[in-house]
Design a protein around this ligand. Structure first.
Ligand SMILES: C[S@@+](CC[C@H](N)C(=O)[O-])C[C@H]1O[C@@H](n2cnc3c(N)ncnc32)[C@H](O)[C@@H]1O
Length: 229
């Protein structure tokens, strides 16, 4: 960890943020998020993906290094990933999010599945643009469904790269306006202040090509799946 002060703010959930910074807009949206975004038909119809595809990508990220250390930055309420993380063994899994509401829901999901939070899973409130870790400490750094929120995509990925060890892996997914429905929906979300400027998988790849890191981007429907090349 960087030289930060950690405080346990709820059972098994730590924060490295000062008390005045601990609120997030997402705290109020947890139930609505899970209800809408967690719906398999919403994902299939609007984004062209079944949730099983999100889980599969997460499994690939976990499998990218045997054992070791893994960070999910912007893990949310684990609406898609709780079942995957609850079964992961021999790996330190750090689940970081800016929203305590999301983290609490995620922790409760893991508890429901396992009866308790396994020792290898840690919940941490923090900022993806200022990760509270020293350089090169994670074997894999992942972030699912977060990149489309921010205009500063290269800044977010650069910070993820900073905490990844040399030879480690980055995995990310992002909503992408690859068809008319996806573009319209993303534009609606942008006007509501939920996401940044809309990208297709192709324009996202172009924007990231300016970075000193190389990513391979695959597309399913209106979702771009990226990983270190
Ligand atoms: C669209 S949700 C995705 C959540 C989860 N990864 C998923 O796939 O369901 C975006 C998440 O990013 C978190 N977030 C927003 N800004 C953040 C920041 N600066 N640092 C860390 N997490 C952030 C939100 O709290 C929210 O949980």
């Amino acid at each position: 960890m960087k030289d930060v002060q950690l405080e346990e703010v709820d059972e098994g959930i730590f924060s490295c943020l000062g008390e005045a910074e601990r609120r997030s807009d997402y705290d109020k949206k947890v139930d609505a998020y899970d209800f809408i975004v967690g719906n398999r038909f919403y994902n299939r119809i609007v984004w062209g993906n079944w949730p099983s595809e999100y889980r599969e990508f997460c499994k690939q990220a976990l499998a990218s290094t045997p054992g070791g250390t893994y960070l999910d930055a912007g893990c949310g309420s684990l609406v898609f990933t709780a079942s995957v993380y609850s079964e992961a063994r021999n790996k330190l899994i750090v689940l970081l999010d800016r929203s305590l509401g999301m983290l609490t829901k995620g922790r409760d999901r893991i508890r429901q599945l396992k009866g308790r939070v396994p020792d290898n899973i840690k919940f941490l409130q923090g900022d993806i643009f200022d990760l509270p870790f020293r350089e090169q400490v994670f074997d894999t750094v992942a972030s699912y469904g977060v990149l489309h929120i921010f205009d500063d995509k290269t800044g977010m990925l650069a910070e993820m790269e900073r905490v990844k060890r040399p030879g480690g892996h980055i995995f990310f997914s992002s909503l992408a306006g690859n068809n008319t429905l996806g573009r319209h929906y993303l534009e609606m979300l942008r006007k509501a202040g939920e996401v940044a400027e809309c990208h297709s998988s192709e324009s996202l790849a172009r924007a990231l090509s300016a970075m000193p890191f190389q990513y391979e981007i695959n597309t399913i429907g209106n979702m771009a799946y990226g990983r270190s090349a």
